[in-house]
Design a protein. Structure first.
Length: 213
């Protein structure tokens, strides 16, 4: 089976980039929103131009930031990595804002990324990001602080990824076995790292367990 095809437990297979979103089993229940620190909380810079609100995504893309695996798990450290990401994306990449919609720090803190991402998700919509080349119109991206080529993911980060993906699957009526993919499934990149990528089946299983109660 090709890496570009993920088999859904309830919806069969779907080709990445397909326009049809998988739906959850009827037994699924709503997963609550985890606490998310807003752009105002971490003092984000304003975007260079207006953010475009679009329809709901059909895939959740898992990224790593490829930044150092720090051992400072504090909220202050989480805010610092958000500023680092925003500065990199705006000043080096030349984007209007952060490319990703959400970020999870190594300490497990969930933060809003691109402008208007949190209210868009709350309303069952998305904002057009810049996190997955040629696939931004139908995906939502979660940055995970750190680099996971050879090191494992911190427990707090992985646990928050489960809760965040379950929330997104609820908001967008997605099947985690189809919807949750790695950045490398779309683009030529090591992201989200070999170790994290190998744990995506576990992430899908745990998200499904949350959704099925």
């Amino acid at each position: 089976m090709s890496r570009r095809t993920i088999l859904g437990a309830s919806a069969g297979g779907v080709l990445l980039g397909g326009i049809t979103a998988a739906t959850l089993p009827t037994a699924a229940h709503a997963a609550p929103a985890p606490h998310c620190y807003t752009r105002a909380n971490w003092s984000a810079r304003p975007p260079k131009s207006a953010t475009q609100v679009i329809g709901k995504p059909d895939h959740i893309v898992i990224h790593h930031t490829a930044s150092p695996n720090v051992t400072d798990y504090s909220l202050a450290a989480a805010y610092r990595v958000q500023h680092w990401i925003q500065d990199l994306h705006m000043d080096t990449n030349g984007w209007i804002d952060m490319g990703n919609q959400l970020t999870i720090s190594r300490g497990g803190h969930l933060m809003e990324g691109r402008d208007k991402s949190l209210p868009a998700i709350t309303n069952g919509q998305n904002v057009l990001g810049a996190q997955t080349a040629n696939h931004n119109s139908h995906t939502i991206g979660i940055e995970h602080e750190g680099i996971y080529v050879s090191e494992d993911v911190p427990v707090a980060l992985f646990d928050m990824s489960v809760l965040t993906c379950a929330w997104l699957c609820t908001k967008y009526n997605l099947d985690p076995y189809v919807a949750i993919v790695g950045h490398r499934d779309y683009n030529a990149t090591q992201c989200p790292g070999d170790v994290f990528y190998a744990r995506l089946p576990e992430l899908r299983d745990r998200v499904a367990a949350v959704l099925l109660g």
